[in-house]
Design a protein around this ligand. Structure first.
Ligand SMILES: *[C@@H]1O[C@H](CO)[C@@H](O)[C@H](O)[C@H]1NC(C)=O
Length: 649
């Protein structure tokens, strides 16, 4: 029920129209009409380059045409173009080989068919929502002659009152020659089948492809990487912390009066700058907001896909994604808006607009550009005007208001900067450092491991989208998604650690981009995939491929960047590591000052120094850390108590 909700919602935008047959409940009585929808035809190697079936000079059957099928939003965007075939098929009624139409091959029609056969065109039909594929023709030996299949033999399997299996066999090869008459025939056989209705899509899935050893291996591999990285990160954190503790206690023993100044090093040098707002705060917060949004949508859609078998309904995955994207727009507003407020941004309406429309504009811009080419090609992928209006309406009347709600909430609930360190008035100059500590290098290296953990899954995802596979192993996808998140988080923490250690406080953009750089590797990989794994050709398919791959990579990048920034921003990294270290450092330096004073006092007073030490040591390191003391309040406190102690003596 919950899964159906998106469709009811989308009905608002695409007037759904019942065609009066039984393919909506999939239950047929004897001799009920079974509709054969012709979908698209196109070159085998270019899966996305599809044209209406009747753009080739095929002819339809004698049966009166049912009104055009009204598609859902997802179908319209995917270029589904269902048209009635005119074939007369009734449930459980056998049809002997029957002629249904004749085409006289004029020169023009002849050329069209030859072109289609030459380019391995094949067509797709739907019978009771089951996809059926057939090939247009065949190239004769020597490549000089072209044949077309003129007979369609349907073997339809039924189980009770339901259709559970359809096989199409093409027969009767006819040599293509100008000015001949082509007669098309069809035949229908009904065969009882034991396949359950719920399992009827199983034959389109390819378990041997998706559950190949390499798939399991890659998951295992990534899993190992996660363990390694988590180990590495915790080691770095522990080692640095332990080293610091060790250093402090050692220095305590050294009677070095001059240690008070100038002994901060590495990241602690930049504590006054780490919370300096990022440059371009508006764009930055819009990207982060969008990243949260994409992350939430990805999680929801993958979960829906695991729960409901979305691949059985045309375009339903896309429709669901659009619905979830629109419905979760407050997430975008909340995180983007609150981050912007914390960075002291003032023009929040502009920021909200940018946040709300960043991704839609990127997507629509790409789609619009590709649409031009699609229209030029008369491809069925050309997005209908009505659909464009629907999408615009969703953006303006659903996404924008919801983003506004989120932004207002975010600014009010989480818009206060609660940084544990003060920001210095004057930015610290960034010292010269080794080339591999430069942000650009860190960013480029940051993407390598996350990409390494997902690229095999990328192959499967690409193949299911760009070739004729139906992706159904969403459990794998969820696992890889989690692995990607964890690896990105760990890598970004390490990257930020190195950056801050090099006394470079520009960690916001660097950690965002270090996470996001995964996507540039994905995009590079898509080039490899295009040239070595597919046989796509032609302007349309190439533009389509690279356009949407760029978009996919970009969205992935924004999401991974947000994973990265999430991991290092206030909660996890800076507060705990940078600032508490600063706090410890301060506490220690106060303590040293205090000890020094006590020693000075002790040289005049007859007191035991050890005693004094115990007083301070009794509070211990642990206590020092959790006293919420910054700005030297501990110093005052300690000073005061020690002074009193000394005086009492
Ligand atoms: C369709 O073809 C498959 C594989 O050849 C076969 O197992 C199945 O029984 C056929 N179905 C029908 C309805 O003929």
């Amino acid at each position: 029920m919950a899964l159906k909700l998106p469709y009811y919602f989308l009905i608002l935008f695409s007037i759904f129209h019942h065609t009066g047959c039984d393919e909506h409940n999939h239950i047929y009585d004897n001799s009920d009409e079974v509709v054969v929808w012709m979908n698209t035809v196109g070159p085998y190697h270019n899966r996305q380059e599809t044209y209406e079936y009747f753009s080739l000079p095929f002819c339809g059957g004698p049966k009166e045409s049912i009104s055009h099928y009204h598609e859902t939003l997802g179908e319209a965007l995917l270029g589904v173009e269902l048209q009635f075939s005119g074939l007369d098929i009734d449930f459980k009624v056998e049809v002997k080989k029957t002629e249904y139409c004749t085409v006289e091959l004029t020169e023009e029609k002849y050329q069209a068919f030859v072109y289609a056969v030459k380019n391995h065109y094949w067509y797709q039909m739907y019978i009771d929502d089951l996809p059926v594929w057939g090939i247009v023709g065949e190239i004769g030996e020597g490549g000089e002659t072209y044949y077309i299949w003129t007979h369609k033999k349907f073997d339809i399997g039924f189980n009770g009152k339901q259709i559970v299996d359809v096989n199409l066999t093409s027969e009767s090869k006819v040599k293509l020659e100008p000015k001949i008459k082509l007669t098309f025939t069809y035949q229908v056989k009904w065969i009882p089948s034991s396949i359950k209705f719920a399992d009827r899509f199983d034959k389109y899935l390819d378990p041997s492809f998706f559950q190949h050893r390499i798939h399991w291996f890659s998951i295992f591999n990534s899993f190992m990487m996660v363990i390694f990285l988590v180990g590495l990160v915790s080691m770095i954190l522990m080692r640095t912390l332990r080293k610091d503790y060790a250093r402090y206690s050692r220095e305590e023993d050294l009677d070095d009066m001059e240690k008070d100044l100038g002994d901060e090093y590495g990241w602690k040098q930049v504590h006054g700058d780490v919370f300096r707002p990022a440059s371009h705060p508006m764009l930055f917060s819009a990207l982060v907001g969008t990243g949260y949004h994409i992350g939430v949508v990805a999680t929801c859609v993958i979960s829906f896909a695991i729960l409901g078998e979305l691949y059985t309904e045309r375009g339903s995955l896309l429709s669901t994604a659009i619905f979830v994207y629109a419905a979760t727009a407050p997430v975008n507003g909340y995180f983007g808006g609150s981050l912007y407020a914390r960075m002291g941004g003032k023009v929040w309406i502009k920021q909200m607009m940018l946040s709300a429309f960043l991704l839609p504009i990127l997507v629509c811009g790409t789609a619009f550009f590709i649409n031009f080419i699609a229209i030029y090609y008369h491809a069925s992928r050309a997005i209908p005007f009505g659909t464009m209006v629907a999408i615009t309406c969703i953006c303006l009347f659903v996404i924008l208001p919801l983003t506004l709600v989120g932004t207002v909430l975010g600014r009010n609930l989480a818009g206060q900067p609660n940084y544990p360190c003060r920001i210095n008035a004057v930015p610290r100059p960034i010292p010269e450092k080794k080339w591999f500590m430069e942000p650009a290098v860190i960013i480029i290296l940051g993407g390598v491991l996350p990409f390494g953990s997902i690229f095999i899954e990328m192959y499967f995802i690409f193949t299911s989208f760009w070739a004729y596979k139906i992706y159904y192993v969403y459990g794998f996808m969820l696992l890889v998604f989690l692995i990607l998140a964890i690896v990105t988080i760990c890598v970004t923490i390490v990257c930020t650690y190195f950056l801050l250690n090099a006394e470079d406080y520009r960690w916001q953009w660097t950690s965002f981009l270090a996470g996001a750089s995964t996507s540039s590797y994905v995009y590079l990989y898509s080039f490899y995939y295009f040239f070595f794994k597919t046989k796509m050709y032609g302007l349309f398919q190439t533009t389509f491929y690279f356009g949407y791959m760029a978009l996919f990579s970009l969205a992935l990048g924004i999401m991974c960047g947000t994973f990265g920034i999430r991991s290092v921003s206030d909660i996890a990294w800076c507060k705990v590591v940078v600032c508490e270290n600063v706090a410890i450092e301060r506490a220690y330096s106060c303590r040293r000052k205090a000890i020094k004073n006590v020693r000075r006092s002790c040289s005049q007073w007859p007191c035991s120094f050890d005693n004094t030490r115990n007083v301070i040591n009794g509070h211990g390191l642990a206590r020092m850390v959790d006293i919420p003391v910054i700005n030297g309040s501990v110093c005052v406190l300690l000073q005061w108590s020690i002074d009193r102690y000394v005086q009492r003596l």
